[in-house]
Design a protein around this ligand. Structure first.
Ligand SMILES: [Zn+2]
Ligand SMILES: [Zn+2]
Length: 274
């Protein structure tokens, strides 16, 4: 909070000095104070002159975001950036009046679209929606405030994407004209991330839940059962999707080629159930 706000709320200059001395509050810079419990990134943003914004704000709200360096700070139109030690802030000057704190999920998403591009926006948007942090009103507001060329992403988004990686894969394959069925239940295999062309199973392992030997054993069993039912399972991990997408894309296109798109018929109903 700014000193002016604290004084308007009834504090005196002497109160502020005493509270600082007793460490009830901490002075970030001239005229700006924080509670000891304030998070480090929120303090950094306030010290820089604004509110935690963009990807940094979404991370604060518990939303899955693609990695992005720096602390993103909204200074508002006509705000002022303050120098401070160790500054690696990424400044946002979008319209409005910024105050210390954290920007809303909706505003942060619009900031991400401009700052980090369409993929970063899309994965964060689907994550926020799935977590129940986007009302219909917020979704409409976001769509209106996006650049016209990005509004299709809001229309394409779904509320049930299982992970940010899945969102990313679905968007990238859609750009290649490949339509996926998400979260498909196959009898004998379980729920798989995606099915394409009715025959190819695509599984994307998030980094959190796929690093042990037991999960590898389980995955191999699933793949074997899928093959036995006539499906072709493809499995990729976090690093491959993020850093070796060319390989993932080539594998998917190669698998389609191998199976022959024309002869592909869904195996559902015969040996499995889509
Ligand atoms: Zn800074
Ligand atoms: Zn940003």
């Amino acid at each position: 909070m700014r000193a002016a706000e604290l004084i308007r709320a009834g504090a005196t200059r002497a109160d502020l000095r005493r509270c600082c001395a007793e460490r009830d509050i901490e002075r970030l810079r001239e005229g700006l104070y924080a509670l000891p419990s304030a998070r480090a990134d929120v303090r950094t943003a306030a010290t820089h002159g604004g509110a935690l914004a963009c990807v940094s704000a979404l991370r604060h709200h518990g939303i899955w975001v693609l990695d992005a360096p720096g602390v993103h700070v909204w200074l508002g139109r006509g705000g002022r950036a303050h120098a401070h030690p160790g500054c690696r802030c990424v400044a946002h000057w979008e319209t409005g009046r910024a105050r210390p704190g954290v920007v809303s999920v909706a505003r942060a998403l619009v900031q991400v679209a401009r700052c980090r591009g369409s993929e970063a926006f899309f994965v964060a948007y689907e994550s926020a929606w799935r977590l129940g942090k986007l009302t219909a009103t917020a979704r409409t507001w976001i769509r209106q405030n996006l650049d016209a060329g990005m509004r299709y992403l809001v229309d394409f988004a779904r509320p049930d994407a299982d992970s940010g990686l899945e969102s990313l894969v679905r968007l990238r394959l859609a750009k290649l004209g490949i339509v996926l069925q998400s979260q498909v239940s196959i009898r004998g295999v379980g729920v798989v991330d995606f099915v394409l062309d009715g025959r190819i199973i695509l599984e994307v392992d998030g980094r959190e839940n796929h690093d042990g030997g037991s999960s590898r054993h389980k995955d191999l069993g699933r793949d074997a059962r899928a093959l036995a039912l006539g499906y072709l399972p493809l499995r990729f991990d976090y690093a491959q999707v993020m850093y070796e997408w060319h390989l993932v894309e080539a594998a998917i296109l190669g698998a389609r080629e191998t199976l022959g798109r024309r002869s592909l018929r869904p195996v559902a109903g015969r040996r499995g159930q889509l």
